[in-house]
Design a binder for this molecule. Structure first.
Ligand SMILES: [Fe+2]
Ligand SMILES: [Fe+2]
Length: 301
Protein backbone atom coordinates (compact mmCIF):
# COMPACT_ATOMS: atom_id res chain seq x y z
CA UNK A 1 0.00 0.00 0.00
CA UNK A 2 1.39 3.41 -0.90
CA UNK A 3 -0.23 5.08 2.10
CA UNK A 4 -1.49 4.18 5.57
CA UNK A 5 -4.55 6.43 5.68
CA UNK A 6 -7.72 5.10 7.30
CA UNK A 7 -11.08 6.53 8.27
CA UNK A 8 -10.73 6.11 12.04
CA UNK A 9 -7.33 7.80 12.39
CA UNK A 10 -8.34 10.58 10.02
CA UNK A 11 -11.55 11.32 11.89
CA UNK A 12 -9.67 11.35 15.21
CA UNK A 13 -7.10 13.84 13.87
CA UNK A 14 -9.86 15.96 12.35
CA UNK A 15 -11.80 16.22 15.56
CA UNK A 16 -8.63 17.24 17.39
CA UNK A 17 -7.75 19.98 14.88
CA UNK A 18 -11.23 21.48 14.57
CA UNK A 19 -11.82 25.21 15.04
CA UNK A 20 -14.76 27.60 15.02
CA UNK A 21 -15.32 30.55 12.68
CA UNK A 22 -14.70 33.11 15.41
CA UNK A 23 -11.30 31.53 16.17
CA UNK A 24 -10.24 32.57 12.69
CA UNK A 25 -12.09 35.73 11.71
CA UNK A 26 -14.65 37.51 13.85
CA UNK A 27 -17.22 39.79 12.25
CA UNK A 28 -15.68 42.83 14.00
CA UNK A 29 -12.11 42.26 12.77
CA UNK A 30 -10.55 44.24 9.91
CA UNK A 31 -7.85 43.33 7.39
CA UNK A 32 -4.64 45.34 7.09
CA UNK A 33 -4.63 46.61 3.51
CA UNK A 34 -1.14 48.09 3.89
CA UNK A 35 0.22 44.56 3.44
CA UNK A 36 0.34 41.85 0.81
CA UNK A 37 -2.11 39.00 1.39
CA UNK A 38 -0.76 36.36 -0.98
CA UNK A 39 2.75 34.92 -1.19
CA UNK A 40 4.61 36.15 -4.25
CA UNK A 41 5.11 32.62 -5.60
CA UNK A 42 1.33 32.38 -6.13
CA UNK A 43 0.30 35.98 -6.87
CA UNK A 44 3.33 36.77 -9.09
CA UNK A 45 2.69 40.51 -8.96
CA UNK A 46 6.21 41.72 -8.09
CA UNK A 47 7.49 40.98 -11.60
CA UNK A 48 4.95 43.31 -13.22
CA UNK A 49 7.22 46.32 -13.68
CA UNK A 50 4.50 48.32 -15.42
CA UNK A 51 2.89 48.62 -11.99
CA UNK A 52 4.35 50.60 -9.10
CA UNK A 53 4.73 48.87 -5.70
CA UNK A 54 1.37 50.19 -4.46
CA UNK A 55 -0.39 48.94 -7.59
CA UNK A 56 1.33 45.57 -7.31
CA UNK A 57 0.01 45.28 -3.77
CA UNK A 58 -3.52 46.13 -4.89
CA UNK A 59 -3.31 43.35 -7.48
CA UNK A 60 -1.91 41.00 -4.84
CA UNK A 61 -4.99 41.72 -2.71
CA UNK A 62 -7.31 41.15 -5.67
CA UNK A 63 -5.53 37.85 -6.17
CA UNK A 64 -6.19 36.96 -2.50
CA UNK A 65 -9.87 37.75 -2.96
CA UNK A 66 -9.84 35.50 -6.00
CA UNK A 67 -8.07 32.76 -4.06
CA UNK A 68 -10.81 32.32 -1.50
CA UNK A 69 -13.61 32.99 -3.99
CA UNK A 70 -12.35 30.16 -6.24
CA UNK A 71 -11.92 27.89 -3.21
CA UNK A 72 -15.49 28.72 -2.22
CA UNK A 73 -16.69 27.66 -5.69
CA UNK A 74 -14.67 24.44 -5.51
CA UNK A 75 -15.85 23.54 -2.04
CA UNK A 76 -19.45 24.06 -3.10
CA UNK A 77 -19.15 21.14 -5.52
CA UNK A 78 -17.09 19.05 -3.10
CA UNK A 79 -20.03 19.08 -0.71
CA UNK A 80 -22.58 17.23 -2.90
CA UNK A 81 -19.79 14.99 -4.21
CA UNK A 82 -19.07 13.82 -0.65
CA UNK A 83 -22.71 13.30 0.21
CA UNK A 84 -23.26 11.29 -2.98
CA UNK A 85 -20.20 9.17 -2.22
CA UNK A 86 -21.21 8.55 1.40
CA UNK A 87 -24.89 7.81 0.80
CA UNK A 88 -24.85 4.32 -0.82
CA UNK A 89 -23.02 2.79 2.17
CA UNK A 90 -24.38 4.50 5.26
CA UNK A 91 -24.80 1.26 7.22
CA UNK A 92 -21.46 -0.43 6.61
CA UNK A 93 -18.51 1.23 8.28
CA UNK A 94 -19.29 3.71 11.05
CA UNK A 95 -15.83 5.30 10.90
CA UNK A 96 -16.20 5.83 7.18
CA UNK A 97 -19.63 7.43 7.45
CA UNK A 98 -18.56 9.73 10.26
CA UNK A 99 -15.28 10.68 8.59
CA UNK A 100 -16.99 11.52 5.28
CA UNK A 101 -19.79 13.50 6.91
CA UNK A 102 -17.27 15.36 9.05
CA UNK A 103 -15.29 16.14 5.88
CA UNK A 104 -18.50 17.57 4.36
CA UNK A 105 -19.24 19.56 7.53
CA UNK A 106 -15.77 21.09 7.46
CA UNK A 107 -16.12 22.09 3.81
CA UNK A 108 -19.49 23.71 4.62
CA UNK A 109 -17.72 25.60 7.41
CA UNK A 110 -14.96 26.70 5.01
CA UNK A 111 -17.58 27.99 2.56
CA UNK A 112 -19.13 29.92 5.45
CA UNK A 113 -15.72 31.30 6.49
CA UNK A 114 -14.85 32.37 2.96
CA UNK A 115 -18.14 34.29 2.75
CA UNK A 116 -17.27 36.04 6.01
CA UNK A 117 -13.83 36.87 4.63
CA UNK A 118 -15.49 38.27 1.50
CA UNK A 119 -17.63 40.63 3.61
CA UNK A 120 -14.58 41.77 5.58
CA UNK A 121 -12.60 42.28 2.37
CA UNK A 122 -15.39 44.31 0.77
CA UNK A 123 -15.51 46.63 3.81
CA UNK A 124 -11.86 47.59 3.37
CA UNK A 125 -11.26 47.42 -0.39
CA UNK A 126 -12.17 50.42 -2.57
CA UNK A 127 -13.84 48.63 -5.51
CA UNK A 128 -15.90 45.53 -6.22
CA UNK A 129 -13.96 42.44 -7.32
CA UNK A 130 -16.09 40.41 -9.70
CA UNK A 131 -15.86 36.62 -9.62
CA UNK A 132 -16.74 33.98 -12.23
CA UNK A 133 -19.93 32.05 -11.71
CA UNK A 134 -22.58 31.34 -10.77
CA UNK A 135 -21.03 28.63 -8.61
CA UNK A 136 -24.08 26.33 -9.07
CA UNK A 137 -23.47 26.24 -12.83
CA UNK A 138 -19.74 25.59 -12.42
CA UNK A 139 -20.49 22.81 -9.92
CA UNK A 140 -23.13 21.23 -12.17
CA UNK A 141 -20.75 21.22 -15.14
CA UNK A 142 -18.04 19.50 -13.11
CA UNK A 143 -20.29 17.00 -11.34
CA UNK A 144 -21.72 15.55 -14.53
CA UNK A 145 -18.34 13.88 -15.08
CA UNK A 146 -17.23 10.42 -13.94
CA UNK A 147 -16.94 10.52 -10.10
CA UNK A 148 -13.38 9.16 -10.38
CA UNK A 149 -12.38 12.16 -12.51
CA UNK A 150 -14.07 14.53 -10.05
CA UNK A 151 -12.43 12.73 -7.11
CA UNK A 152 -9.03 13.19 -8.75
CA UNK A 153 -9.63 16.90 -9.34
CA UNK A 154 -10.60 17.28 -5.68
CA UNK A 155 -7.58 15.26 -4.56
CA UNK A 156 -5.32 17.51 -6.61
CA UNK A 157 -6.90 20.54 -4.95
CA UNK A 158 -6.61 19.13 -1.42
CA UNK A 159 -2.90 18.39 -1.81
CA UNK A 160 -2.40 21.75 -3.47
CA UNK A 161 -3.59 23.59 -0.34
CA UNK A 162 -0.98 21.67 1.65
CA UNK A 163 1.73 22.73 -0.76
CA UNK A 164 0.60 26.37 -0.78
CA UNK A 165 0.67 26.71 2.98
CA UNK A 166 3.85 24.78 3.73
CA UNK A 167 5.72 25.86 0.61
CA UNK A 168 5.00 29.57 0.53
CA UNK A 169 2.68 30.91 3.23
CA UNK A 170 3.88 29.56 6.59
CA UNK A 171 7.33 31.14 6.49
CA UNK A 172 6.35 34.43 4.87
CA UNK A 173 6.45 37.02 7.65
CA UNK A 174 5.20 39.85 5.44
CA UNK A 175 1.67 38.59 4.83
CA UNK A 176 -1.49 40.12 6.26
CA UNK A 177 -1.85 38.35 9.62
CA UNK A 178 -5.59 37.56 9.57
CA UNK A 179 -5.49 36.25 6.02
CA UNK A 180 -2.44 34.18 6.88
CA UNK A 181 -4.15 32.76 9.95
CA UNK A 182 -7.20 31.90 7.86
CA UNK A 183 -5.00 29.99 5.42
CA UNK A 184 -3.31 28.21 8.33
CA UNK A 185 -6.60 27.07 9.77
CA UNK A 186 -7.80 25.96 6.35
CA UNK A 187 -4.58 24.01 5.81
CA UNK A 188 -4.97 22.24 9.17
CA UNK A 189 -8.34 20.76 8.23
CA UNK A 190 -7.47 20.17 4.59
CA UNK A 191 -4.64 17.89 5.67
CA UNK A 192 -7.22 15.28 6.70
CA UNK A 193 -9.35 15.92 3.61
CA UNK A 194 -6.45 15.02 1.37
CA UNK A 195 -6.16 11.65 3.13
CA UNK A 196 -9.91 11.00 2.97
CA UNK A 197 -10.04 11.92 -0.67
CA UNK A 198 -7.20 9.48 -1.32
CA UNK A 199 -9.41 6.77 0.20
CA UNK A 200 -12.35 7.96 -1.93
CA UNK A 201 -10.27 7.77 -5.11
CA UNK A 202 -9.01 4.30 -4.16
CA UNK A 203 -12.63 3.17 -3.73
CA UNK A 204 -13.82 4.74 -6.98
CA UNK A 205 -10.94 3.22 -8.95
CA UNK A 206 -11.36 -0.29 -7.57
CA UNK A 207 -11.98 -2.92 -10.21
CA UNK A 208 -11.59 -0.55 -13.15
CA UNK A 209 -9.83 -1.63 -16.30
CA UNK A 210 -6.96 0.33 -17.79
CA UNK A 211 -9.31 1.66 -20.50
CA UNK A 212 -11.82 2.86 -17.90
CA UNK A 213 -9.09 4.64 -15.96
CA UNK A 214 -7.84 6.19 -19.16
CA UNK A 215 -11.36 7.48 -19.83
CA UNK A 216 -11.48 8.99 -16.32
CA UNK A 217 -8.18 10.76 -17.01
CA UNK A 218 -9.69 12.15 -20.25
CA UNK A 219 -12.49 13.56 -18.11
CA UNK A 220 -9.99 14.87 -15.55
CA UNK A 221 -8.47 16.89 -18.39
CA UNK A 222 -11.92 18.05 -19.51
CA UNK A 223 -12.59 19.39 -16.02
CA UNK A 224 -9.09 20.92 -15.92
CA UNK A 225 -9.73 22.66 -19.25
CA UNK A 226 -13.07 23.95 -18.02
CA UNK A 227 -11.48 25.31 -14.83
CA UNK A 228 -8.66 26.84 -16.82
CA UNK A 229 -11.16 28.65 -19.02
CA UNK A 230 -12.73 30.05 -15.84
CA UNK A 231 -9.33 31.20 -14.60
CA UNK A 232 -8.76 33.07 -17.84
CA UNK A 233 -12.10 34.86 -17.46
CA UNK A 234 -11.23 35.58 -13.83
CA UNK A 235 -7.94 37.23 -14.89
CA UNK A 236 -10.06 39.65 -16.95
CA UNK A 237 -12.25 40.48 -13.95
CA UNK A 238 -9.11 41.00 -11.83
CA UNK A 239 -7.67 43.43 -14.37
CA UNK A 240 -10.94 45.40 -14.44
CA UNK A 241 -10.92 45.62 -10.62
CA UNK A 242 -7.25 46.67 -10.63
CA UNK A 243 -7.81 49.47 -13.15
CA UNK A 244 -10.80 50.73 -11.22
CA UNK A 245 -8.89 50.62 -7.92
CA UNK A 246 -5.79 52.44 -9.20
CA UNK A 247 -7.76 54.87 -11.36
CA UNK A 248 -5.92 54.24 -14.63
CA UNK A 249 -5.64 51.80 -17.52
CA UNK A 250 -2.55 49.61 -17.45
CA UNK A 251 -0.11 50.06 -20.35
CA UNK A 252 0.05 46.50 -21.64
CA UNK A 253 -3.14 44.69 -20.59
CA UNK A 254 -2.54 41.65 -22.83
CA UNK A 255 0.78 40.83 -21.19
CA UNK A 256 -0.63 41.34 -17.70
CA UNK A 257 -3.64 39.14 -18.48
CA UNK A 258 -1.49 36.32 -19.85
CA UNK A 259 0.93 36.54 -16.92
CA UNK A 260 -1.82 36.56 -14.29
CA UNK A 261 -3.69 33.74 -16.01
CA UNK A 262 -0.49 31.70 -15.86
CA UNK A 263 -0.08 32.54 -12.15
CA UNK A 264 -3.61 31.28 -11.53
CA UNK A 265 -2.93 28.13 -13.57
CA UNK A 266 0.00 27.32 -11.34
CA UNK A 267 -1.91 28.21 -8.17
CA UNK A 268 -5.05 26.14 -8.83
CA UNK A 269 -3.90 23.39 -11.17
CA UNK A 270 -0.12 23.07 -11.71
CA UNK A 271 0.94 23.09 -8.07
CA UNK A 272 -1.50 20.23 -7.43
CA UNK A 273 -0.55 18.23 -10.51
CA UNK A 274 3.09 18.04 -9.45
CA UNK A 275 2.39 17.19 -5.80
CA UNK A 276 4.20 13.97 -4.90
CA UNK A 277 1.20 12.54 -3.01
CA UNK A 278 -1.14 13.21 -5.92
CA UNK A 279 1.34 11.58 -8.28
CA UNK A 280 1.62 8.59 -5.94
CA UNK A 281 -2.13 8.03 -6.16
CA UNK A 282 -1.98 8.30 -9.95
CA UNK A 283 0.87 5.79 -10.10
CA UNK A 284 -1.23 3.22 -8.25
CA UNK A 285 -4.20 3.83 -10.52
CA UNK A 286 -2.05 3.35 -13.58
CA UNK A 287 1.46 4.43 -14.55
CA UNK A 288 -0.01 5.68 -17.82
CA UNK A 289 -2.38 8.00 -15.93
CA UNK A 290 0.55 9.38 -13.93
CA UNK A 291 2.55 9.87 -17.10
CA UNK A 292 -0.26 11.67 -18.93
CA UNK A 293 -0.70 14.14 -16.09
CA UNK A 294 3.06 14.64 -15.61
CA UNK A 295 3.36 15.44 -19.32
CA UNK A 296 0.61 18.08 -19.11
CA UNK A 297 1.94 19.69 -15.92
CA UNK A 298 4.49 22.10 -17.50
CA UNK A 299 1.61 23.89 -19.28
CA UNK A 300 0.40 24.91 -15.83
CA UNK A 301 3.81 25.91 -14.45
FE1 LIG B 1 -11.77 23.51 2.53
FE1 LIG C 1 -11.05 20.30 1.67
Amino acid sequence: MYHDFNYQATLTSSLRAQWQLDDVLRDDQELDFSRNFMPESLARTAVLDGLNPFEQRVLNQISAHQYLAIFGIVEEFILPFLLDHARPALREDDWRVRALLNFATEEAKHIHLFKRFHRTFVRGFPVECQVIGPSEDIGAEILHHDPLAVGLVILMIEWMTQQHYLGSIRDDGELEPLFKSLLRHHWMEEAQHAKLDTLIVDALAEGRTEAQIDKAIDEFFEIGGFLDHGLQAQAGFNLAALEKAIGRKVDDPETLLAQQHQAARWTYIGSGMVHARFQATLETLSPRAAQRIAEAAPLFG
